[in-house]
Ligand binder design. Structure first.
Ligand SMILES: Nc1ncnc2c1ncn2[C@@H]1O[C@H](COP(=O)(O)OP(=O)(O)O)[C@@H](O)[C@H]1O
Ligand SMILES: [Mg+2]
Length: 362
C-alpha cells in the first residue's frame, strides 16, 4: 500500500501542491521554513484527520483562512487506487473515501495506516505512559479488528462510572457498567498482551541492528492495575479513592509499557543518540509487525530525523527502512545526508517557499 498521488490546497504555506510519490523511498529536501513539515502534516491529516503540530485546525489554514484540503490516491496491494480526502471548512473537518462521506476517523485511519517519526519521537521513552499506550494501541488497532469495539465500550462505561463518581452523594456501584468494564478491560488487556508478545522479537531484531551488541532490550507491560489481583478486585479496592477524587484510577486506560535495556529503564543509561535509535527500532518493529499480520504496508513519515544521527547510523537506518518494504517519506534540509540504498526505488523532491518540485528518481 502506498500513497500514489497527493493534492494539497491552502495548508500553511502550501498554496497548491500536486505530487506523485514513489511507492518506496521519497526524499523531500529544502531550506528551513520551506514547507517540509507542512507536507508531512498534510499527509498525516489525510490519515488521521488531525495534525501532529496544532490541536486547532484553523491555525493550519493558509492565507485567506478559507479552509484547506488534502486529497490522495491510496494504491493497495492489488494495484487499484482508492481516493481519500479531507477538507476543512467552516471550522469542521470532513472526510471522504471512494466518494462516500466518512463519519468515523477510525475508517480513515484504517485506509491510510501511517507511522510518524519526528525529532521529538524519542520522548516516547521518557514521557508519561500515554504516548507509549498510544503507540502500542496503534498496532493493536490495525491487527485486531475487535479492539476498537472493545475500546469504545470500555470508554463509554468508564465515562458513566466517572460521571457517577463525581456526584458522590448519588453514587451507587452499578453492576451494569462495572460488568461492562470487566468484560471489555479483559479484552483490551488480552489484545495488548498478544500484540506485545509478537512485537518483542521484532524489536529485539531491530535493536541488534542499530544498537550495541550488549543491549538486551525488554518490555515490561503494566496493565493499569496491580498484577497480583484481578481488575474486579482492583476496582473494588480503589472505590474509596475513586469516590474521593471523582474518577476511576485503575484500568486499561492507565496501562503502560516500560522499555528497558539490561533490566534498567533506558532513560537512566542510554545516550540521546541511543534513545533515538531505540525509538527507530520501535517504529521499525511496528511497521514490520503490521506487514506480517495484515499483509498490507504502512507508510512511514520521517521529519528531519537524519540530521540527528551520525553517518553510519543514518545509512543503517535507511537500509532497514528500505528492507522492510514500506513507503517512506523523509524530509531533510540537506539531501547529501541521506544515501539511497542500492537498488531502492526512490524519488527526490525539492521544496522552496511552499512549492514542491520532483527532481528525479532512481
Ligand atoms: N497557517 C499558516 N499559513 C501560512 N503559512 C504558515 C502557516 N503556518 C505556518 N506557516 C509558515 O509555513 C512555513 C513552512 O513551515 P514548515 O513546514 O514548518 O517548514 P520546514 O519544515 O520546511 O522548516 C513557515 O515559513 C511558517 O511560518
Ligand atoms: Mg520542519
Amino acid at each position: 500500500m502506498s500513497l500514489s498521488s497527493l493534492h494539497i490546497k491552502n495548508l500553511r504555506n502550501l498554496a497548491e501542491v500536486r505530487i506523485e510519490p514513489a511507492s518506496r523511498l521519497n526524499i523531500i529536501h529544502g531550506a528551513n521554513a520551506s514547507g517540509k513539515t507542512s507536507l508531512l502534516e498534510a499527509i498525516y491529516l489525510l490519515g488521521r484527520a488531525k495534525s501532529f503540530r496544532s490541536s486547532h485546525l484553523h491555525i493550519i489554514e493558509g492565507p485567506g483562512k478559507s479552509g484547506f484540503m488534502v486529497f490522495g490516491q491510496v494504491t493497495g496491494e492489488l494495484g487499484i487506487p482508492q481516493p481519500l480526502g479531507v477538507h476543512y471548512e467552516g471550522g469542521k473537518i470532513h472526510m471522504r473515501a471512494a466518494g462516500q462521506a466518512l463519519t468515523q476517523t477510525a475508517e480513515l485511519v484504517k485506509r491510510l495506516p501511517l507511522l510518524l517519526i519526528t525529532p521529538d519521537s524519542h520522548k516516547i521513552l521518557t514521557l508519561g505512559p500515554r504516548q507509549r499506550r498510544r503507540f502500542i494501541d496503534w498496532g493493536v488497532f490495525h491487527v485486531e479488528h475487535d479492539f476498537i469495539l472493545a475500546y469504545r465500550r470500555y470508554c463509554r462505561a468508564l465515562r458513566q462510572r466517572n460521571a457517577s463518581l463525581r456526584t458522590p452523594s448519588r453514587f451507587v456501584p452499578s453492576e451494569i457498567w462495572d460488568n461492562e468494564l470487566y468484560e471489555t478491560a479483559a479484552q483490551i488487556d488480552g489484545f495488548r498482551r498478544d500484540y506485545l508478545q509478537q512485537f518483542l522479537p521484532l524489536l529485539i531484531h531491530f535493536v541488534k541492528k542499530l544498537l550495541p551488541a550488549d543491549w538486551d532490550v525488554s518490555l515490561r507491560y503494566l496493565p493499569g492495575w496491580a498484577q497480583d489481583m484481578t481488575f474486579r478486585e482492583a476496582l473494588t479496592r480503589s472505590l474509596e479513592r475513586d469516590r474521593l477524587l471523582g474518577y476511576t484510577h485503575k484500568g486499561p486506560h492507565r496501562a503502560d509499557v516500560v522499555i528497558e535495556a539490561a533490566g534498567k529503564p533506558v532513560q537512566e543509561h542510554a545516550s540521546g543518540g541511543q534513545q533515538k535509535l531505540l525509538m527507530c527500532a520501535l517504529y521499525l518493529a511496528q511497521a514490520a509487525l503490521f506487514k506480517a499480520r495484515t499483509q498490507r504496508q504502512c507508510i512511514i513519515l520521517l521529519d528531519d530525523l537524519p540530521a540527528e544521527l551520525d553517518a553510519e547510523h543514518r545509512c543503517k537506518l535507511m537500509e532497514l527502512l528500505c528492507e522492510i518494504g514500506v513507503q517512506i517519506i523523509v524530509t531533510t534540509t540537506d539531501k547529501n545526508l541521506l544515501r539511497i540504498p542500492e537498488g531502492a526505488e526512490a524519488k527526490l523532491f525539492h521544496v522552496e517557499h511552499g512549492v514542491i518540485m520532483e527532481q528525479g528518481s532512481t
